[in-house]
Each structure stands twice: as C-alpha cells, then as structure tokens.
Design a binder for this molecule. Structure first.
Ligand code: GLP
Length: 261
C-alpha cells in the first residue's frame, strides 16, 4: 500500500484524476471500477475537464460501479445511475452501453448479483478500481463483518451509513435500507486500487483502515492485503496517521518507486 498525502482536497482529487488519465491513455479500453459519494464529485469534474481540454478519450473505456441502492430506478435522483450520469457519463464520451451498475429494480437480486460478476469477468476484470470510504470504514457498501471473500450481493446498510447518506436524498426517509455492492473479494480482484479520502471527518477511519489491524469489522482494512493499492489523502484526512512523515518523505524524495505510476 502506498499513501500519498496532498496539501488540500483539490490537489488530492487532481492526483486521483491523473492516475486514471494515465492508465486510460496507456490502455484505451481500460475497465474502470467507479465509486460514488461526495468525495468523487470533484474527481469526476476533473476528468470531464480533462476530456474537454485535453481530449481525454473514454470512447473505448468500460465501467462498473461498486454499488446501487435496492428499489431505485435509474431515473430516481437518489440512484447511483443518476449520480453517475450527472457527474461523469453525460460529461465525457463514454459509450453508455459500456457503463454498468447493478439494476436496483431487479426482480431477482441474487441472479442480478451473479450476472454482474459474470459481466466483470467477461470484460477481463477490473483494471483500476476507484474507492471512497464510508465513516463505518466500508468500501462499496461492504458494511462491518463483510467477508473478505465476499462477491457482489445485497447488504443491509448500517445506521451510520444511513445517517451519512440520507442527506443526499430530497426526503431523507426515501433512502433505501439495502443496496447491491461488489464484495470485498470482488474489489480485491482489481489489478490496481485507488482510494481517495478527504476532510477531517475521514481522519479517524483512515488511520484505522491504513495502520490498524486487519478486521472484517472495517472492510477497508482488507486493502492492506492487496498488492497494488494507492491511498490518496488530503492533509485533513491524513491527520491521524502515525507514520505520515514517512509517507510524505517517500512522495517527496522517491516518487519513482511509488506504485501509482
Ligand atoms: C457511499 C458509497 C461508498 C463511498 C461512500 C463515501 O456510502 N457506497 O462507496 O465510499 O459513500 O461517501 P462520501 O464521499 O460522500 O463521504
């Protein structure tokens, strides 16, 4: 795991977008795992700008989102399909047929989950997985006690997550209590993972995820087992890390050794 600390939110998001850009330029049909949440909005804004100003080409890229709420249709403003259209898909030249999210309205959720795994496999697996982190330490919607070998499935959301995400719904009561999510095992299969966290409210969970003991109570700790994970933080999100001076030293002195290249 590499920890890259940037001075502020904007430069942390820019570095995240640059990692995606570099990988996409190397492999135009990159399979990208996408995340939602407030943290990612700025990253998607930067990718859209790179598309507009630097001709960053998404025409062959394929995307798979981490999760989707159960019971929300794509046109519902609270759905992650709606979020993705709004923040990324409508603003770059992605072919919508190459964008995938689990269908929150699927009649048979177990079959939908199995099919989602099949589609990822057929695409050759995720090359680059983008992650945020929830306050409960979840990645995707892998709430506490998610098995590290878990695959895409339906999870019940914790009260912490409901409280954290309810504000994104016009009527907070409309937030579903369950969601499809890639499993921890699905995420760990990605060839490369980039987790972005910004802001003081993420400092304590980031310290646990990066430097704490590996436990299924905090699914982000599973990333310590992954061979190529980059954690990009702003100073606020990094503030509780014990070894932050060491991480900074590597970035400033030996960037050529870092895995994110
Ligand atoms: C949701 C998503 C997670 C994301 C988290 C962080 O819970 N399912 O994938 O990491 O939000 O959200 P935010 O960026 O708003 O803090």
């Amino acid at each position: 795991m590499e920890v890259l600390i940037r001075p502020d939110t904007d430069s942390a998001a820019r570095l995240t977008a640059e990692v995606i850009k570099r990988d996409l330029e190397k492999k135009p049909n990159l399979v990208i795992g996408l995340a939602t949440g407030r943290t990612m909005e700025i990253v998607y804004g930067k990718l859209a700008e790179m598309h507009r100003k630097q001709n960053l080409d998404f025409s062959l890229a394929r995307t798979f989102n981490l999760d989707e709420y159960i019971g929300l249709a794509p046109g519902n403003e609270g759905s992650y399909r709606y979020y993705m259209n709004q923040h990324l898909f409508n603003n770059v030249n992605l072919d919508l047929r190459n964008t995938h999210l689990p269908d929150g309205m699927a009649k048979d959720p177990s079959a939908e989950a199995v099919n989602y795994e099949k589609l990822m496999k057929e695409a050759g697996g995720i090359d680059l997985q983008l992650l945020g982190i929830g306050r409960s330490g979840h990645i995707g919607f892998n709430e506490p006690l998610s098995a590290f070998f878990s695959r895409t499935r339906v999870k019940a959301l914790t009260p912490t997550t409901i409280q954290q995400n309810q504000g994104l719904f016009k009527n907070p009561e409309d937030m579903p209590r369950r969601a499809f999510t890639m499993g921890v095992g699905t995420i760990l299969d990605a060839k490369k993972i980039v987790l972005l966290a910004t802001g003081k409210e993420k400092a304590s969970i980031i310290a646990k995820a990066v430097e704490g003991p590996v436990t299924s109570m905090i699914s982000a700790t599973a990333l310590q087992l992954h061979a190529k994970t980059v954690v990009i933080l702003d100073e606020d999100a990094a503030s509780d890390l014990k070894e932050k001076d060491y991480y900074r030293w590597i970035f400033d002195n030996e960037p050529e050794w870092l895995d994110f290249h």
